[in-house]
Design a protein around this ligand. Structure first.
Ligand code: CP
Length: 324
């Protein structure tokens, strides 16, 4: 993300117009978005929060990569704010006939789609689109290659904040395929902005990131060392779709034995440490199934928070549209 791309996220009045990355977002804005998301949470079993903040607006979901959580939660978030929501079925769209991504975007723009939620496997696509749309259109990054997944980063922060009040005195351990993880990247950017005490990135050497992509983090290849006294443990899956050559990547049994987040390996973490996973999970590979379902797990809370965070982001974008 270039500096210009960070600025691209804001309009001339300093309002958030696009959400492309958490890099460059100030702690105060992240806190405001988390507080807003918190206000959209209602007790389990009660009706979800609703308002008309986006009434009359249209949100288009354009997912050029598979998704369950992000796509469904943007869909629900838009509807719960009163917007019309268009879920473009990419597999039956004219992109399959060779239409360029910009022509698809211009087509939706002509149908008065105001907010486009974009997931793509290539670097730079959300910012590229943001540079080409009309001034009244907003682009939200719903997952970009191994680069960025900003709303996931926000929902992860919200979940951590609900359980651990003080980022500065916290050790967060992220375990798995860090090298190919946009989730790790966005979580790291936001945690660093919020002044996290310690961030450890644990992976086999073949899946370790370049240190300069994660300034301030400690890169570790031994799971027990990385989990020692951690307050938060986040497991990540191996992103096989982004790995050209699996040489050096441990097989399933070896991976689970050495890098699996399990009841056994969690003995290294603090007794009250929480267990997170962005999903989709591969049980028995990066995480033990009964741990994911157990009392230390906050994985379903992450999903619930995902809807609230996307409502907060959409509401914020809508506010900027109204003031334009
Ligand atoms: N965490 C996440 O992005 O999940 P989906 O791929 O299901 O959207």
């Amino acid at each position: 993300m270039e500096h210009d791309d960070t600025r691209l996220q804001f309009d001339d009045a300093g309002n958030l117009r696009h959400l492309l990355s958490l890099k460059g977002l100030e702690a105060a804005l992240i806190t405001e978005l988390l507080d807003s998301a918190e206000s959209y949470l209602t007790p389990p079993g009660s009706l979800p929060a609703r308002n008309q903040a986006l009434a009359g607006r249209t949100v288009g979901n354009l997912f050029f990569e598979p998704s369950t959580r992000t796509r469904a939660s943007f869909d629900l978030a838009g509807r719960r704010l009163g917007a019309d929501v268009l879920n473009l079925d990419v597999n039956t769209s004219s992109r399959k006939k060779g239409e360029s991504i910009l022509d698809t975007i211009y087509t939706l723009e002509a149908m008065q789609v105001d907010v486009m939620v974009v997931r793509d496997a290539s670097d730079g696509v959300p910012a590229y689109i943001a540079r080409h749309v009309e001034d009244h259109v907003s682009i939200l990054n719903a997952g970009e290659s191994e680069i960025s997944h900003p709303t996931q980063g926000l929902l992860d922060l919200l979940t951590i904040r609900q359980h651990k009040s003080d980022f500065e005195n916290m050790a967060v351990a992220i375990v798995g395929d860090i090298q190919h993880s946009r989730v790790a990247m966005s979580a790291s950017e936001a945690l660093q902005t919020m002044g996290v005490g310690e961030l450890r990135l644990i992976s086999p050497p073949a899946l370790a990131p370049d240190a300069d992509r994660f300034p301030g983090a400690r890169i570790v290849d031994n799971l027990a060392d990385g989990l020692k006294d951690a307050d938060v443990v986040m497991a990540l899956r191996i992103q096989r779709e982004r790995i050209g050559n699996l040489d050096g990547v441990p097989g399933i049994d070896e991976y689970f034995a050495n890098y699996g987040v399990s009841h056994e390996s969690m003995k290294q973490a603090k007794p009250d440490a929480i267990v997170m996973h962005p999903g989709p999970m591969n049980r028995g590979i990066e995480i033990e199934g009964s741990l994911a379902d157990g009392p230390r797990s906050v994985i379903t809370k992450q999903v619930t928070n995902g809807v609230a965070v996307r409502m907060a982001v959409l509401e914020r974008i809508g506010r900027a549209m109204s003031s334009a």
